[in-house]
Design a protein around this ligand. Structure first.
Ligand code: EAX
Length: 330
């Protein structure tokens, strides 16, 4: 027994070999695509390392709770890794709300330029202040509005709709500004939509399709109001205790998984839209300008008032697109 214990070279590396990666969504989801890619890449990369291989158990479908609950478990160290929508993460790291500034990005090229550049790295570094190690950005996508009540052709049609939003002060403020009656809650939300407790929700197309929301939402309006990132992160203390080669393997595997998953998301966007149309959703190309003009007031919203957050927002606006709206509506 004593010999066996002594044969373990580094107790910490040994303890770290078996880890959990938690996501809220189901197999087939964007988070799951990234999680599976990470698992394969990191298990291969650490097979020959001392203390390796690192084996990853993926907990999906909200088996560990919603994304807020997953973040809390990662902070505590009960879960090592997660791939989390930027919305709920904003409540832990307010600066993350800059990514979801309305109509910040016009293209995927702009997304990649900002999130893979120095501003994206600065954001990932800020997660360290609350116990997370930020590893990479994978993709949720541009969010669109669905509802069961009426076609939404312009922002005026949103008035009074009871819309589920993520647990995020920024998304809550945005939908209030757009005229909705926003209700923050975690994921999933199928039952609430089916029962009519909510009129609508907003999410990328893959979410609507994979979560079968077309069964309970007749109208889809391609509002593209915010870009939604997934943040790939770890418990900071767990990461810090890994030796350098293991840290490098984890970091590289997550970056590669994120790159692969973003390509997957972009390749599948058009086919998800076709599938939703085929399933009977009534799709509207709304007057995006009406949304953009109303949403411009977000520049003065309290969620962006903190000086450090505001400075970062202005930098991100500059880096993303020189023509981004930055003047509040009258
Ligand atoms: O990641 O909670 C949300 O609306 C997320 O976008 C969803 O779970 C997909």
């Amino acid at each position: 027994m004593i010999l066996a214990a002594m044969a373990v070279p580094a107790g910490q590396a040994w303890a770290a070999r078996q880890v959990t990666l938690a996501i809220v969504t189901t197999p087939g989801s964007a988070q799951h695509v990234a999680a599976v890619a990470f698992k394969e890449l990191v298990e291969n990369a650490t097979r020959e390392l001392p203390g390796g291989p690192l084996t990853v158990s993926i907990q999906h479908s909200a088996s560990l709770g919603d994304e807020t609950a997953i973040l809390q478990q990662i902070q505590l160290g009960a879960v090592e890794l997660g791939i989390i929508t930027s919305g709920p993460l904003e409540e832990f790291v307010p600066a993350v709300a800059v990514i979801s500034y309305p109509y910040l990005f016009a293209s995927h090229a702009q997304v990649d330029a900002v999130l893979d550049g120095p501003l994206g790295m600065q954001l990932l570094d800020q997660l360290g202040a609350v116990g997370f190690k930020g590893l990479a950005f994978s993709e949720n996508g541009f969010r669109h509005l669905t509802n069961s009540k009426r076609p939404v052709h312009a922002v005026a049609d949103v008035a009074g709709l009871k819309i589920r939003v993520m647990r995020s002060a920024m998304h809550h403020a945005l939908w209030r500004m757009l005229g909705a009656n926003p209700t923050p809650m975690g994921w999933p939300i199928y039952t609430e939509l089916a029962q009519g407790a909510l009129d609508g929700q907003e999410n990328p197309l893959w979410v609507v399709a994979e979560a079968r929301l077309h069964e309970v939402q007749r109208h889809l309006s391609l509002t593209r109001h915010v870009y939604s990132a997934h943040v790939c992160l770890a418990n900071q203390r767990w990461f810090d205790r890994l030796d350098a080669p293991m840290q490098q393997a984890v970091q590289t595997a997550m970056r590669q998984a994120a790159v692969q998953q973003r390509a997957w998301a972009r390749e599948h966007e058009a086919s998800y839209l076709e599938a939703l149309k085929a399933a009977g959703m009534q799709v509207t190309e709304p007057d995006v300008e009406s949304f953009r003009t109303r949403a411009a007031g977000m520049l003065e919203a309290p969620v962006y008032a903190n000086p450090a957050v505001r400075t970062l927002l202005l930098q991100v606006l500059d880096a993303a697109r020189p023509d981004a709206v930055r003047t509040p509506a009258p």
